[in-house]
Design a protein around this ligand. Sequence first.
Ligand code: NAI
Ligand code: MG
Length: 326
Amino acid sequence: MTDEITVIPGDGIGQEVTPAAVDVLESLEIEFAFHEADAGDHVKEETGEALPAETYDLAASTDATLFGAAGETAADVILPLREAVGSFVNVRPAKAYPGVDALRPDTDLVFLRENTEGVYSGHENRLSDDLSTLTRVVTSSASEQLAEFACEFVADGGYDGFHVAHKANVMRETDGRFRDSVLAVAEERGVETEEVLMDAFATHVCLDPTQFDVVVCPNLAGDVLSDLAAGLVGGLGMLPSANIGPERGLFEPVHGSAPDIAGEGIANPAATIISAAMLLEYLGHDDDGQAVRSAVEGVLEDGPRTPDLGGDASTDDVTDAVIDRL
Ligand code: NAI
Ligand code: MG
């Protein structure tokens, strides 16, 4: 069966790293049907809307979507896209690869970030000239669904258990519900857990990232803490992510459109190519996913490398080197 893939390059370096990842996918002996779709700042300028209905519908109907990045319209693009694929968890591995000058070369952990609620559920209000408020949404059902995924993730990956990062000592009701729901599911499934306050986690992960393997987080915490981990492993150009839903997925680098380097052809494609490897694994092409990972790892170790990793290679040089290894 042909895998139907929506490809949304978006803005800035999204236009550079997404085609790079598609080139890698096309070099494999798998039959894909790619559907190119548009979204982002440049679409909003032309049409008034950052995410055209056709793009949303494609993401909501194809097997998987590969997304680059959007600029200022990122929230208007990515939040509906995550909804389009019904994604309830954002998987964000933060791994320091050999050959990459990382602050903490011993970092190798995975964030499982709640992907539908928390403070990103869009319930913001301007109540007066002086006062704005935000309603934070936490449901037991979403927290349990995340925990179910975490238990399976831990079993599949051969991990001992997982950490739950929260701030239930202060946000007793919302993070309390999140924590209690996650811990209850883990206990029922016989999966070991350890709690960690999210602020303390930020310190611990910098001092000794080897304490952590899998970290389950509420939405905002997962966003911030995974960017922090990006700093430990060599920068934002290194972090892939997978938004997993029950029937489809959305795969994207964690980084944005990087306007400071867009158009120069020097963006690091590693995060997007590893996101494509996650897409392959999600679709059941485990061997190909692993082959792509190994090829990227080999290139990171031996070069060529883009300027963010201290090299002087272009996006294309790195992509060609990955394809050569495949
Ligand atoms: P950014 O991730 O675009 O860039 C931060 C820094 O990291 C920049 O110096 C950039 O050059 C560097 N960088 C990021 N990815 C890189 C790569 N692949 N290779 C080499 N260097 C890389 O974040 P920033 O600057 O905060 O935001 C820029 C725009 O991106 C904003 O308009 C923001 O709204 C949007 N954004 C979009 C996201 C998305 O579409 N998922 C996520 C984050 C930001
Ligand atoms: Mg972020």
